[in-house]
Design a protein around this ligand. Structure first.
Ligand code: GLN
Length: 423
């Protein structure tokens, strides 16, 4: 059997192939030379599998899709508060190159140019490497291969960078930029000229989808809070003045670039990248948007369409032992807030007394932090009621040897063994 996923992706490309509205970005002369028919699509799963179709080997410049990664880099190195002092997180409802500031004289968010030029200026450097080089190395690590600058696109944009330069001077005037604005704008434009394929983009996206850990190497590249901040800002500001439309129709945190790429990241699920150079009036790829809408619909990826939690966290419950004095709960699924609440509500029905309660966690696939805390709290309360608690947790998912009230947890490898010992 061959998985049908690549066939499905190829089918999506075929379906949208003859759609030819939109314009190439021509304010960067080199981008106006792009082949308008190019079309590529890739997705990455949260465990790092990558599927791609179409012109998936074609490199194009990352442009504004670099902005979330620059933002991630400075958040990771300076902390959220420091960065917030310089750049806000409010959707601007304006074009990406709008010359504007919020009431506190900060750029409104890091996804528009003023915010991105500012985050670029915040990259800590000891002078041995340029900020753009630091970012190139960082993005290469996320992509799992060495990425390169496109010198031609860079040179071409520098020649006509009047608007970005005026943004730079404005930011310098109000003190948001603290050094030479020309130098910073150059660095920002260089960052935008990094070449990627859709496969690189989804590989980078898989790190964000996976909460900051590279699923291929297992290495943590970004903190969880940083990833949450970046994806939130992508959701509210990533598609510029089309953000509301995007949120309702596609519902996937995303960032577009004027070379025609769009990168979408659905936390815990997938990274998606599309590439097609013709743009709409907001500077977003026309066919890219079509494809993202289609995938969101077909694959049920809209963020607001969250799958319901498992209806039953308790797979089975029975009484056993002498006089049915052992109450056994076998759990299954994921233990998040919703399931932990359900479990505690069920355990609430255990009559006070001296019975033994066995809870088998071996079929639990994931325990979130909140699930763990609620579970341990529940155990303390059951012990307060006079119960003896015995747990089956072969993979030590609870990751605690004692409860909050410092009671030792009795943990067994296997339910049958545990029950045999009780007879
Ligand atoms: N380098 C481009 C610019 O600053 C990036 C814009 C974009 O991709 N939306 O104008």
């Amino acid at each position: 059997m061959r998985t049908p996923v690549p066939d499905y992706l190829a089918h999506v490309l075929d379906d949208c192939d003859d759609h030819h509205i939109g314009q190439l970005a021509d304010y960067i002369p080199e981008l106006a030379q792009a082949n308008p028919n190019q079309l590529a699509l890739a997705i990455s799963t949260v465990d790092g599998e990558i599927y791609s179709v179409g012109d998936d080997e074609v490199e194009f410049t990352i442009q504004s899709m670099s902005k979330p990664f620059t933002y991630a880099y400075v958040l990771q190195h300076l902390g959220i508060e420091t960065v917030l002092n310089k750049v806000g997180v409010e959707p601007s409802g304006e074009a990406f190159n709008q010359i504007s500031l919020d009431k506190e004289n900060r750029p409104k968010n890091p996804m528009i140019n003023s915010g991105a030029i500012t985050t670029h200026s915040l990259i800590p450097t000891d002078g041995s490497q340029s900020s753009a080089e630091i970012l190139r190395a960082f993005m290469s690590e996320l992509a799992g291969r060495e990425l390169h600058f496109d010198e031609q696109v860079y040179a071409s944009e520098i020649k006509t960078a009047y608007r970005n330069l005026s943004i730079g001077y404005m930011l310098r005037t109000v003190g948001i930029l603290e050094t030479d604005p020309v130098h910073i704008v150059n660095g920002y434009i260089r960052q935008c000229s990094i070449r990627v394929t859709v496969k690189d983009l989804v590989r980078m996206g898989s790190v964000l989808a996976n909460g900051g850990v590279d699923p291929k190497t297992g290495k943590r590249l970004l903190n969880r809070e940083v990833v949450r901040q970046v994806l939130s800002v992508m959701m509210s500001c990533g598609m510029y003045d089309a953000a509301g439309d995007w949120l309702t129709t596609v519902g996937i945190p995303a960032k577009s670039g004027v070379a025609g790429g769009i990168l979408g990241v659905l936390p815990g699920q997938v990274g998606i990248a599309v590439f097609s150079p013709k743009l709409d009036e907001h500077g977003n790829s026309v066919r890219g948007i079509d494809i993202m809408e289609r995938l969101s619909r077909d694959m049920g990826l809209h963020l607001m369409e969250a799958a319901p939690s498992a209806q039953t966290i308790v797979q089975s419950h029975y009484l056993t032992g002498v006089d049915d004095s052992i109450s056994v709960y076998v759990l299954r699924g994921v233990l998040k807030f919703t399931e932990a609440e359900m479990l505690l509500r069920i355990l609430q029905n255990e009559p006070e007394g001296h019975s033994k309660i066995v809870i088998d966690l071996s079929k639990i696939s994931l325990i979130q932090d909140v699930g763990k805390r609620m579970f341990l709290e529940g155990i303390d309360r059951l012990i307060d009621d006079g119960h003896t608690l015995l747990l089956v947790d072969p993979e030590r998912r609870l990751d605690h040897s004692r409860t909050y009230k410092d009671r030792v947890l009795h943990v067994f490898e296997n339910l049958d063994e545990l029950l045999e010992q009780q007879h």
